[in-house]
Design a protein around this ligand. Structure first.
Ligand SMILES: *Cc1c(COP(=O)(O)O)cnc(C)c1O
Ligand SMILES: [Zn+2]
Length: 408
């Protein structure tokens, strides 16, 4: 039995009956992002259910997801990614720090949580094809999930997507439309072309079911932390869907009586592209055209900013920014400390965490989760650019031995 009872506009508050292919508000248009409403009294999920659940994927939370009970889902194993404890911060700062590695998903980013739900909703809508615009990960993720269930995909990408993400699209066989313009233009075109051709639309800041998939990462942060809500969560912000999803996840757990609070959400943006930080501080949203090494969060007009800002405010959180220099430092510092390799937007949350740690914003005894949203192999050029690539050594034993002795 599905417990969804409606869809509510974030802007004007108008409510609509649930439908798999309703994306935005009739009145507000594309600005009117919807929020999925549940009848929480119909959701039966207990700690004991979870403790006894053998499913090691986000489908362990199926009663909290907006899907009919017979809707088929992708066989790919998405979610239930590792949450690593980093004991060194207990010693140095008295804080319990946990790293959530969502680069471990099937196509190597957190976007897989949204794609898993979107593909299932496309089935419910009876669609033969599914489309999206993306700077990279949403596209490669959708391509993988569509391939896993035999749906056709049409993907609109701006010219400057990193090569690895493009490679994923191509190997998964997505129809790839490279738009000779920005992400913002690719987004508009994908929405209009999908509407005209009857494709299901997986644009995350547009299709409200995507946030419902992303919220599962919050359930895991709680469950893997011994069924305890952490005190704060660091997350990078592009369109703001992940941030909105994390808030929704903790909100759901409160509504069904499994928890009694939401952690402080600390959004992290790049200093050169920080429209959410500015809007939160000044109360005025101004579009930006900024750029950053962290391509996945180079979003000048965050489509889901209303939902994300509500999440930051209601969780008593904040939005901060870090320089590209700090992101580059995090690109090597985090893997060297933890063994986890993140892409630039993935380690932006780490850079924000380090900034707050350095300025004493994290109190003793706090439990902090740093969310790594994408795998480092997604963008090896950025990674290599911040490392020292060694010159070749002549292949004779004496030279190589002398060379290695200098390193010992
Ligand atoms: C999409 C993405 C983000 C930003 O998520 P939003 O929901 O757009 O805020 C951050 N990191 C990675 C790796 C991503 O792919
Ligand atoms: Zn509206």
């Amino acid at each position: 039995m599905m417990s969804v009872i409606g869809m509510k506009c974030m802007k004007c508050g108008k409510e609509f009956a649930p439908a798999p292919d309703r994306y935005v508000c009739d009145v507000c248009g594309i600005e009117g992002i919807l929020d999925i409403l549940y009848d929480y009294s119909k959701i039966k999920l207990t700690r004991a259910d979870l403790e006894g659940c053998p499913e090691r994927s986000l489908w362990r939370y199926r009663p909290l997801l907006p899907l009919g009970s017979n809707t088929p889902v992708s066989p790919l194993q998405v979610g239930w990614t590792p949450l690593y404890h980093l004991p060194r911060y207990e010693q140095t700062h008295g804080a319990r720090v946990l790293l959530k590695d969502d680069g471990r998903n099937p196509t190597a980013s957190l976007k897989d949580r949204a794609s898993a739900v979107a593909v299932a909703k496309a089935f419910e809508a009876g669609a033969q094809a599914i489309a999206a615009a993306s700077t990279g990960n949403a596209a490669s993720s959708l391509a993988g999930f569509a391939a896993s269930v035999g749906l056709r995909t049409f993907i609109f990408v701006p010219k400057r997507a990193p090569k690895a993400k493009l490679a994923q699209l191509l190997v998964y066989g997505a129809n790839t439309i490279v738009i000779d313009d920005t992400y913002d233009r690719a987004f508009e075109l994908s929405v209009e072309v999908s509407r005209r051709l009857g494709f299901y639309n997986r644009n995350c800041a547009y299709n409200p079911y995507c946030v419902e998939g992303k919220k599962t990462v919050a359930y895991e942060m709680w469950e893997q932390n011994g069924f305890r809500v952490p005190d704060r969560v660091y997350v990078s912000i592009g369109d703001g869907c992940i941030t909105s999803g994390i808030y929704k996840g903790f909100y759901d757990l409160m509504q069904i009586g499994l928890t009694d609070r939401v952690p402080r959400l600390i959004g992290v943006q790049a200093a050169t592209c920080n429209p959410v930080e500015v809007a939160l501080r000044t109360g005025v949203f101004t579009p930006q055209s900024g750029n950053t090494i962290a391509d996945s969060i180079a979003v000048g007009i965050p489509r889901n900013r209303l939902k994300a800002m509500r999440a930051l405010r209601e969780s008593k959180g904040d939005c901060i920014s870090v320089t590209d220099e700090a992101i580059k430092q995090a690109l090597v510092e985090m893997p060297r400390q933890t063994g986890v390799f993140g892409e630039p937007a993935g380690v932006t949350a780490w850079a924000g965490f380090q900034k707050d740690l350095a300025r004493g914003a994290i109190s003793k005894g706090e439990t902090v989760v740093v969310l790594i949203t994408g795998n480092g192999l997604k963008d090896i050029e950025s990674a290599i650019s911040v490392c020292h690539l060694p010159a070749p050594v002549p292949p004779d034993l004496a030279t190589v031995e002398a060379h290695v002795r200098r390193l010992v």
